[in-house]
Design a protein around this ligand. Structure first.
Ligand code: G6P
Length: 610
């Protein structure tokens, strides 16, 4: 969603800001803008649409060394030039960029209007510019602090002042702000991806903190004006990690990165001595872990679906009851937080508002929550009591691919860890570890069949509706397969458990509605084959993603129009292998339909508002 970037230092600021904004594009946005200090005034340029619209509109010579930029995702007010950030005070002295939502913007706006302020936009954010201008204080830092004392809601902000040369003030409450420390230059962004080109040294602001940046120093205080001591951290990833390289899309790149991302998730965590998993970040000893009677997984979107699959693996392997729930549903139903339940928050970005709020709700009620998070140092990771980092590397495409499969691998490790403390034998542990070891190569064999999926996509791209059907772990694969297709190709796709077919979905099965079956070679194969028969007898086209089926292969061939085979590895890891053809299918169908795969309409990578 909205992105912030800011720079003060020796370089010409405009290219730095524009490059930073491009790095933030993947989060999803509908307009962009920059503001910079030029002599004793500010220059502000904002445009609705893609960043290139803003770029083509900028004056040729636009020099300055200090500025802020923003990509906006409309919440209050349509995507228009006027609603784009930065927002300025009436006299043009102050400019503000804001991520988040100012909840009391209506009364603040009414009060400011009463005092004669004229608003230039419909946004909640604009009140910040006027509040800063109205604050009675000698420094920009103090003005921003006083302004924020009046504000309720969430924010990550960056502010510049025409009369404070070389200075940017930033603040955070519920929306990420990261300071980048360079050599005689200081940066700020809502996402480390926008900083890596300039520095590897960062400082993460915490909620309730305000910082003053100048080219040579930063100073952090709290909203109560108390000094805050901050530790800087190093970012693991370099600029190349964020590049698209030889691939036409980030989505394709990230699908192909899965052998490597899984290797990174597993690295150092396979405990061959005890045939168990070694998870150093849980901050829970064996006794504490054994006391949990239930495990609850929370997340949004694909993170929730990976949690659904992971929960079944945890429950089946460890025999601890485990289920998954969308994080927002959970937090709004006033959940009972039990001391003997272990909560797991799954999130790629570590910034999803609903997941973070669920974590905070659990903690407020005294519960224990671990994060299964990709972004190191992110808000969710820091709010949790411990957890498992995915280490899958940055994921840029809006739809999740490699972090989805890494989450399942991480949850399988957790299942093994808990399972080996209970009933899982050394032999069972070894079988899963052997399979985890073999997983990256097995994924590679599927990636090598890319052409087959490209061809298959051509055949299915013209449909407008599709069902995805599976059972047990296969149902999770069906859910994610349907979500991927819907997100990137805008084709309507619905997932159902196979057992539910006859309770409604069959009504819509026809030659115009294909069904994708997730058909592992497991104990439920016969049941699944008879579900396929039900679809066939209504003349519904069938595409099956399956294992080499031996003597059942002929039976399937008689029922399915198309079959995609993946290697069989282990019942808990097969969902990963069966999903990858569906990721490809969604990708290639989106291309066939001329869709913007990396940045699907209306979707954002990181949903930092409610
Ligand atoms: C958005 C993205 C999804 C993602 C979800 C959760 O909706 O478009 O791809 O699964 O947020 O994001 P998280 O960063 O918490 O995993």
């Amino acid at each position: 969603m909205c992105g912030i970037v800011g720079y003060t230092g020796k370089q010409s600021v405009v290219p730095v800001l524009l490059e930073g904004l491009h790095q933030l594009e993947y989060r999803g946005y509908d307009s962009s803008g920059i503001a910079l200090q030029r002599g004793d005034r500010l220059a502000v340029h904002r445009r609705c649409g893609k960043i290139r619209v803003l770029e083509s509109d900028l004056p040729k010579r636009l020099a300055g060394k200090t500025g802020i930029g923003h990509t906006r995702w409309a919440t209050h007010g349509e995507p228009t030039d006027d609603n784009a950030h930065p927002h300025s005070s009436e006299d043009g002295r102050f400019a503000v960029v804001h991520n988040g939502i100012i909840e009391n913007s209506d009364p603040l706006r009414a009060r400011l209007v009463e005092h004669g302020v004229h608003f230039a936009s419909e946004t909640d954010s604009e009140v910040l510019a006027h509040l800063v201008a109205a604050a009675d204080a000698p420094t920009l830092l103090e003005r921003v602090r006083l302004a924020l004392a009046e504000v309720e809601g969430t924010y990550g902000i960056a502010v510049i002042d025409a009369e404070s040369p070389g200075e940017i003030v930033v603040a955070r409450n519920g929306s990420p702000v990261v300071i980048g420390i360079g050599d005689k230059e200081m940066l700020v962004a809502s996402d480390v991806g926008a900083l890596v080109r300039h520095t590897q040294q960062v400082v993460y602001l915490d909620d309730g903190e305000i910082a003053e940046l100048t080219p040579s120093a930063y100073r952090v205080i709290t909203l109560d004006a108390a000094p805050a001591t901050k530790q800087s951290a190093s970012i693991d990833w370099s600029e190349e990690t964020y590049a698209r390289g030889e691939y036409s899309h980030y989505t394709l790149k990230e699908i192909h990165e899965q052998p490597e991302s899984i290797r990174r998730t597993l690295r150092g965590r396979l405990d061959r001595r005890f045939q168990a998993a070694h998870l150093g970040g849980l901050n829970l000893d064996a006794r504490e872990l054994l006391n949990f009677r239930r495990i609850k997984v929370l997340g949004c979107g694909s993170a929730y679906i990976s949690g659904c699959i992971g929960a079944r693996i945890v429950e089946q392997l460890s025999r601890v009851p485990c289920d998954a729930e969308p994080a927002a549903e959970f937090r709004y139903r006033n959940p009972v937080i039990e001391a003997d339940t272990l909560y797991l928050a799954v999130s790629q970005s570590g910034e999803t508002f609903d997941t973070l709020s669920a974590v905070q709700e659990i903690k407020r009620k005294g519960g224990r929550v671990l994060g299964v998070v990709n972004a190191v140092g992110s808000s969710i990771a820091r709010a949790c009591d411990g957890g498992v980092y995915l280490h899958a590397g940055p994921e840029i495409a809006v739809v999740s691919t490699k972090t989805f499969t890494s989450t399942i691998a991480a949850l399988a490790l957790l299942a093994l860890h808990v399972g080996r403390m209970r009933d899982v034998s050394v032999a069972q542990g070894k079988r899963l570890l052997d399979a985890l070891d073999a997983l990256p190569d097995a994924i590679q064999t599927i990636l090598d069949a890319e052409d087959e999926y490209r061809q298959m996509a051509k055949k299915y791209a013209h449909y407008d509706n599709a069902y995805f059907i599976g059972r047990n772990l296969g149902f999770g694969v069906a859910m994610e397969g349907a979500l991927k297709l819907k997100e990137v190709s805008y084709l309507h796709a619905e997932a159902y458990p196979a057992s539910e077919l006859k309770h409604g979905p069959l009504a819509l099965v026809s030659p115009e509605v294909p069904t994708v079956f997730v058909l592992p070679d497991d104990d439920l194969l016969d049941k699944n084959l008879s579900s396929i028969e039900q679809v066939r007898s209504r003349k519904g086209p069938v595409l099956a993603v399956t294992h080499p089926l031996g003597e059942n292969a002929e039976r399937l061939a008689a029922l399915a129009d198309d079959v995609l085979e993946v290697p069989k590895l282990h019942e808990y890891l097969d969902p990963i292998l069966m999903l990858i053809p569906l990721q490809f299918l969604a990708y290639f169908i989106a291309l066939e339909r001329g869709c913007d795969v990396d940045q699907p309409r209306n979707l954002a990578k990181s949903v930092t508002v409610e």
